[in-house]
Design a protein around this ligand. Structure first.
Ligand code: PMV
Length: 357
């Protein structure tokens, strides 16, 4: 597979920076739990939609020569130093060091920003590590003259944040080995290869900001709590079955099955949190109020709008774009009281990473 972007031979000598936009993604079948062996390998397969309008833009610039052979970098978030991100980035760079000559040879500066406000509870790790992986790949490609495959970029993103490996595709992305999905594997994500039924091609996601605060339990800790959890193996089997079922629904246009699987997945994810030891709950009372209001709205209007959840309290409403206006009226009329600062963000699905000139 070739890269979806080209670099100019003319700039080969001169290129000292790379900028990419990479979108966030929302899992339909959730990744929750890692394999005991390897680094950041999923215990079950997952599938996601990329969220076109919620993205990170990152520039990686070469500032000079590396003097130690270890990763040397500055990190700026919206133009300002952000020391709290340095340990996670250092771990990430150390993981990928053998694969990236630029990390051993140059002192880099990373400057990143999101188009959604910080502190809304919308995870930026997928879009952030996705954008960073694209920039590093482009610089590496220019520096070494060797093409960097999309598989390697996805794998690189995964080593920063597991779910980031799925942000590489316009189409739904599948990550994790599944016996019935050809090419699926734990190392990197692949695009959904079959035709997607037209009822799913214009899906939208409205993210309702129920709680904008820091999560009380991080994803890293949450994944770790599946180790020794007596329910974990049943959950992994369920996810595998759901992936089979959702692939069929995406092809055939079976919206009823699609809704059931997406909502079951969201609730199973949070059920696993409650079944952990120590147990924890990331939903808030308003999360449940939104879900109940949504179920009543769907029953009354028959509009195929469904919810899903990430590892947090915010609620994602997924629906076909033709119902945009009705869903918008529903959100603004009935749901904004449950949202912090009455905030929500809407995105279409799709969009692979985009190079920015
Ligand atoms: O990529 P991580 O380690 O932040 O894990 C993300 C896990 C979920 O968002 C809860 C589910 C998923 O598949 O994206």
């Amino acid at each position: 597979m070739s890269l979806s972007y080209q670099y100019s031979e003319k700039n080969r000598e001169k290129q000292v920076k790379s900028t990419f936009r990479c979108s966030s993604n929302i899992a339909l079948v959730k990744y929750w739990g890692k394999k005991p062996e390897g680094i950041q390998l999923p215990a079950n397969p997952s599938i996601s939609f990329t969220l076109k309008d919620l993205y990170t833009e990152t520039t990686v610039s070469v500032l000079g020569a590396n003097t130690s052979g270890a990763p040397e970098f500055d990190f700026l978030f919206e133009g300002q130093p952000k020391p709290s991100f340095i340990p996670k980035l250092t771990d990430f760079f150390n993981r990928i060091l053998p694969d990236y000559a630029i990390l051993r040879e140059f002192y880099l500066q990373i400057n990143t920003s999101n188009n959604f406000p910080h502190g809304t509870g919308i995870a930026s790790s997928a879009s952030g590590f996705g954008a960073l992986a694209c920039c590093l790949a482009e610089l590496e490609q220019v520096h070494t003259g060797q093409p960097v495959s999309i598989e390697k970029i996805s794998k690189t993103a995964r080593l920063g944040s597991g779910s980031a490996c799925r942000s590489m595709f316009e189409l739904p992305a599948i990550w994790g080995a599944h016996p019935l999905v050809k090419g699926s594997n734990d190392e990197y994500a692949i695009p959904f290869k079959s035709n997607i039924h037209e009822v799913f091609t214009d899906m939208m996601d409205a993210v309702l900001i129920v709680d904008a605060g820091e999560k009380s339990v991080s994803s890293t800790v949450g994944h770790g709590l599946l180790k020794g959890n007596p329910y974990a193996s049943a959950r992994y089997e369920e996810a595998t079955l759901h992936l089979t079922e959702i692939c069929t629904a995406l092809e055939t246009g079976n919206m009823t099955d699609f809704i059931r699987i997406v909502e079951q997945e969201a609730l199973q994810l949070h059920a696993m949190m409650m079944l952990s030891n120590p147990y924890f709950i990331l939903m808030r009372p308003a999360t449940l109020s939104v879900i109940e209001a949504l179920w009543a709205f769907r029953k009354e209007t028959k509009i195929p709008v469904m919810f899903t959840l990430d590892a947090g309290a915010n609620v994602h409403l997924l629906f076909p774009g033709i119902h945009n206006q009705q869903v918008k009226n529903f959100i603004e009329g009935q749901l904004l009281d449950y949202c912090q600062n009455r905030q929500y963000f809407c995105s279409a699905i799709g969009s692979a990473p985009i190079p920015i000139q």
